[in-house]
Design a protein around this ligand. Structure first.
Ligand code: SF4
Ligand code: SF4
Length: 157
């Protein structure tokens, strides 16, 4: 095959996370909303448990942050993802593109960059749309009762 006949790899396969520009980086987010769920961490094992309780800034309708540009001004512990070491992404859901790429895994068929359609994230059951409870409705000492199994980080200390 000639060089001209070779199909060019998409940026998420051709580049490392740290080589991506700002637009490429942002486009990796599939909009699933999983990282906006409250998590509990086992202090002994480091295991992370996801709950269905959504951050107070999470808009359940759009499944997006309601003030993404100023999110850290509202929510102190909102983590702004940046290119880093694989271990830094270990708390993220196993489905998250940043985590998958950092672990050398491909994007799944339902990722909007692959499918060309943001709805595939919902169709594949990856989106949290319609499956969350507002933070305001849950007492802090009841969050544990909201642990879910359909979002996992599988992190161990
Ligand atoms: S879990 Fe990953 S892909 Fe999903 S919303 Fe959060 S950053 Fe985006
Ligand atoms: S502040 Fe926004 S981006 Fe951060 S966890 Fe809350 S909803 Fe998600």
């Amino acid at each position: 095959m000639t060089a001209a006949g070779k199909k060019r790899k998409p940026f998420w396969e051709a580049k490392l996370l740290k080589e991506m520009d700002a637009d490429e980086w942002e486009s990796l987010c599939d909009g699933c909303g999983r990282c906006c769920l409250h998590k509990l961490e086992d202090a002994d094992t480091g295991e992370v448990f996801y709950t269905n309780v959504a951050c107070r800034l999470f808009d359940a309708e759009s499944c997006r942050c309601s003030d993404y540009p100023r999110r850290t001004e509202h929510v102190d512990d909102c983590v702004v993802l940046k290119p880093g070491e694989t271990a830094e992404y270990s708390w993220l859901p196993t489905t998250c593109a940043y985590r998958r790429l950092s672990e050398g895994k491909p994007l799944e068929w339902w990722h909007p960059l692959v499918s060309g359609d943001p709805e595939t994230v919902v169709q594949a059951g990856i989106s949290v749309k319609g499956r969350t409870v507002a933070e305001e409705l849950v007492d802090e000492d009841q969050v544990e009762e909201h642990i879910i199994r359909w979002v996992r980080s599988d992190r161990k200390a």
